[in-house]
Design a protein around this ligand. Structure first.
Ligand SMILES: Cc1ncc(C[n+]2csc(CCOP(=O)(O)OP(=O)(O)O)c2C)c(N)n1
Length: 329
């Protein structure tokens, strides 16, 4: 939680720009979906990830094609960080045929198995057990792959999550459990619902390392996640990371947020992960401000294109209801 210079010195300018591009893409995507949702054109429930970009990005920077992630109902950031096509994601959110799941999943069920993205998930606590499955498969097949489960503070109280932590430890799985503690499960404060000061403290009960990270600091997340992923790949077993931050929007789009006060404005102003990243890399001379500005423009154009394409794409037809119902193995 300190503001010291990055110890993750292996990130060169190209890698730093890529990390910034990912975080900026998530932010732009989320801000745009927020605005578009208000027009009434987007069907279904939408839960936004803005403010939490450093977590998905800091973790997924360490992952490659061997690795898989399981997400939550707040899954857009995880998808983008794992490389799911942004245009397909936007089309999916609009419920269109060109979407990642042909418009039949929507925001809460975007999945792309070809990218190791097992799916956003409407079931709170649904991701951790899935990751035990992929991590076990990776271990048995000796692929060197790692499974990463993202889940919220609310999900940390689900039996499924606690069982998954136990199994992962018992089976010594190549897994990383990332508890994204944004302070609330819907309207319930984690200070009220989590029976320990920190979710990471629970790791001791499973005999695995538990690490608390400042979720507004990309470098802190990147460093902690790097250690956890490396340990998992080397056969050292699972880690529980707790990433703490504030979500910028309501629990879902349309949430009146009567349960919280001015913490969001303060976080946006003083803690924001993109502002902190920009300040750090420009102050150290690692990346020029102009290069970051160029990424901003490139990302803005990408999101604009994605929205235009999504709006004009066809909806699924009645016969599409009969496809993708069963999966053959
Ligand atoms: C098994 C299950 N129980 C309850 C719900 C309803 N629900 C949806 S989101 C949510 C809160 C989740 O909070 P948290 O895990 O902290 O994630 P966050 O929304 O803060 O990212 C709940 C209770 C659900 N979708 N699934």
């Amino acid at each position: 939680m300190t503001d010291t210079l990055p110890t993750t010195t292996e990130l060169d300018a190209t890698a730093l720009l890529q990390a910034y591009r990912t975080m900026r893409t998530i932010r732009e995507f989320e801000d745009r979906v927020h605005a578009e949702f208000a027009t009434g054109e987007i069907p279904g429930f939408v839960h936004l990830y803005a403010g939490e970009e450093a977590s998905a990005t800091g973790v997924c920077t360490h992952l490659d094609a061997r690795d898989s992630i399981a997400s939550t109902h707040r899954g857009h950031g995880h998808c983008i960080a794992k490389g799911v096509d942004v245009k397909e994601m936007m089309a999916e959110i609009y419920g269109k045929q060109t979407g990642s799941c042909r418009g039949k999943g929507g925001s809460m069920h975007i999945a792309d198995l070809s990218k190791g993205m097992l799916g956003a998930n409407g079931i709170v606590g649904g991701g951790p057990p899935l990751i035990c499955g992929t991590a076990l498969a990776a271990k048995i097949q000796q692929t060197g792959g790692v499974g990463v489960a993202f889940f919220g503070d609310g999900a940390s109280n689900q039996g499924t999550t606690l069982e998954a932590l136990n199994l992962a430890a018992v089976w010594n799985l190549p897994a990383v459990f990332v508890a994204e503690n944004n302070g609330y499960a819907e309207t319930t404060s984690s200070t009220w619902s989590v029976a320990s000061d920190n979710i990471a403290d629970r790791a001791a009960g499973f005999g695995m390392p538990g690490v608390i990270v400042d979720g507004f600091d990309f470098f802190a997340v990147h460093e902690a996640a790097g250690e956890a992923v490396a340990r998992a790949r080397a056969g050292g077993g699972p880690t529980l990371l707790e990433v703490k931050f504030t979500r910028y929007y309501g629990h879902f789009e349309g949430d009146q947020q009567t349960y919280r006060a001015d913490e969001v404005a303060k976080a946006r102003e003083t803690l924001d992960c993109l502002k902190r990243f920009r300040a750090r890399v420009t102050e150290t001379g690692q990346v020029a401000g102009d290069d970051l500005d160029a990424v901003d423009s490139e990302v803005a154009a990408l999101i604009e294109d994605a929205v235009v394409a999504a709006k004009s794409a066809p909806k699924p037809t009645e016969s599409d209801l009969q496809t993708d119902v069963y999966v053959s193995y």
